[in-house]
Design a protein around this ligand. Structure first.
Ligand code: NI
Ligand code: MN
Length: 226
């Protein structure tokens, strides 16, 4: 798998030659001003929940790509009403096999309303398996005991966790989460974009190190293979 970071909670995952874009929020993000959202190609678009900072560029991505959208039932219904038919609705606990591997929509403790006020269903995260590698993308979430199920049964190799605090888990809870999910390789998201979620990078990495884990904070535009 290869991962490219586009800022905030937006990543492009490449697995078995397929490109999966997750939670596009690029054009409104000052930190991602060097990324051109209209140049992104993808085969799939995954959406974790309905908040603006996860769906802002959905329409642009769908205008430029005939990608399949994977999200919860309510967000998919919202897109179908706008005329997007290449969709795959899911709900919590459900797993589906796609051409690059499988994806399971898992619990997140958060809220979810779309920018126009439409109900966005309950928020979620994704457990993605491809080519023997398991990746957990937590979405926006608090620490929750449900994460222990992922540690028990999915055992991710890599986890993308929110670490910015205030709206989601902060560093301390993300470290506890990484214990719950039995994964020591963590990539941070949902930090620095807005003043309430600004973090000290070195301090955050040091706290993970002290717990025997590694926190990677990717540069926007950079990629990482695993
Ligand atoms: Ni959110
Ligand atoms: Mn968010």
């Amino acid at each position: 798998m290869k991962l490219t970071y586009f800022g905030h909670s937006c990543f492009l995952l490449e697995a078995k030659g397929k490109k999966i874009l997750i939670d596009p929020f690029i054009s409104p993000n000052e930190l991602a001003k060097d990324i051109d959202v209209s140049s992104i190609d993808c085969d799939y678009l995954f959406i974790s929940h309905g908040h603006e900072d996860h769906v802002a560029d959905v329409e642009t991505v769908l205008k430029n790509n005939d990608c399949q959208v994977v999200s919860n039932f309510e967000i998919i219904s919202w897109l179908q009403e706008k005329g997007h038919e290449n969709v795959h609705p899911m709900n919590h606990g459900g797993k589906v096999d796609l051409d690059f591997g499988s994806v399971k929509y898992v619990n997140a403790i958060h809220s979810s309303v779309l920018p126009d006020g439409t109900y966005g269903g309950n928020p979620g995260g994704f457990v993605i398996q491809s080519g023997g590698v398991t990746l957990y993308y937590a979405g926006d979430t608090a620490l929750t005991m449900d994460m222990k199920l992922i540690g028990e049964y999915q055992k991710p190799d890599v986890a993308i966790l929110p670490i910015g605090d205030n709206f989601t888990m902060g560093i301390e809870d993300a470290i506890i989460c990484s214990d719950f999910i039995k994964c020591d390789e963590v990539i941070g998201m949902h930090y620095d974009t807005f003043p309430p979620i600004t973090i000290d990078h070195e301090e955050a990495k040091a706290k993970f190190n002290k717990a025997g884990k590694r926190l990677t904070l990717m540069e926007i535009g950079a990629d990482k293979a695993f």
